[in-house]
Ligand binder design. Sequence first.
Ligand code: KG4
Ligand code: ZN
Length: 348
Amino acid sequence: MLILGIESTCDETAASVVRGGVRVLSNVVATQYELHQKFRGVVPEIASRAHIERINVVIRQAMAEAGLSLTQMDAIAVAHRPGLIGSLLIGVTAAKTLAWTLGKPLIGVDHVQAHLYSARLRDDDTPPPVIEFPAVGLVASGGHTAMYVMRSFADVRLVGKTIDDAVGEAYDKVAAILGLPYPGGPYIDKLAAGGNPRAIAFPRSMLEKESLDLSFSGLKTSVLYQVRGKKGLEREASALSQAEMADVAASFQAACVDVLIAKLRRAIDRFGARCVVIGGGVTANAGLRAGLPRLGLPVHMPLRQFCTDNAAMSAGLGQLYLDAGVTSPLSLDAVPFSAISRMAEGEE
Ligand code: KG4
Ligand code: ZN
């Protein structure tokens, strides 16, 4: 079966055609970095306007790259939650319009759940990984940092999340402190490769002994003080040499990776997970990918192009729902928050 996926939850306008829930035939992503760069973060009104301007072009390009026509699609899947409401509305409206005019099923999917699904996507004819459940899932992105217990890709429960910044947000803020462009994750990643991860002992916030929640804002503040002096005002980042910048990046990254791995370890032990499934922009990070084997059990990670926001993951997850006979009505709403519920105390 062929599914057209649509994504517009934040600042990427994306469309993709996926066959059989796995094989990505096209993956078009229009980023808006240049529009938000000077604000060092996403401006919701600018994002929704840009989605309106780009959505038709992006869908048309996804169809052209797949060499298929809209009438050949078996369903239209769209990430309808969570995200910026003005941004979500554009993708949802486009998907509903296509589903209605083509007479095809509409499938609304959760963007965070789609990030977890992305490890199954393939850009060639190799088979998807065999994933043994229960798994611990980690979504680490600019908007989300959370862990899940997965009994399947459709049965996902939240077990811990950041109490302040998302890890990608911390990457972006540290990049801003160092005077690097937005979004800063990939720049820090590159810089860290040439630095000493033990140069500066940044804090690793583990919260309470049993906690699966995460926190990154203290780490970010430590970087600010390290770079700009005790009050964060004493010197400019430009006073740092290239080697000092690299050491800050490498030491910050080591702290992030240590925390994520320690929290995954706690969750694996608590829920008897057989493997780990990761997704989201930060899972493209070389330091994190290199550190994950420390967990000592299989880790399923997306191909790099499917880590950051894309529509292939929505199409893939949409196929799973379609196979189960689950579709959405044309009254499908855009919803700012995720539908994934937290596992209750003692439920494990
Ligand atoms: O998944 P994503 O595209 O959007 C959200 O759903 O939030 O994630 C974007 C985030 C940004 O914060 C970006 O800096 C971060 O992912 N990111 C990275 C890397 N590539 C993207 N962070 C660390 N290392 C990377 N290589
Ligand atoms: Zn995302």
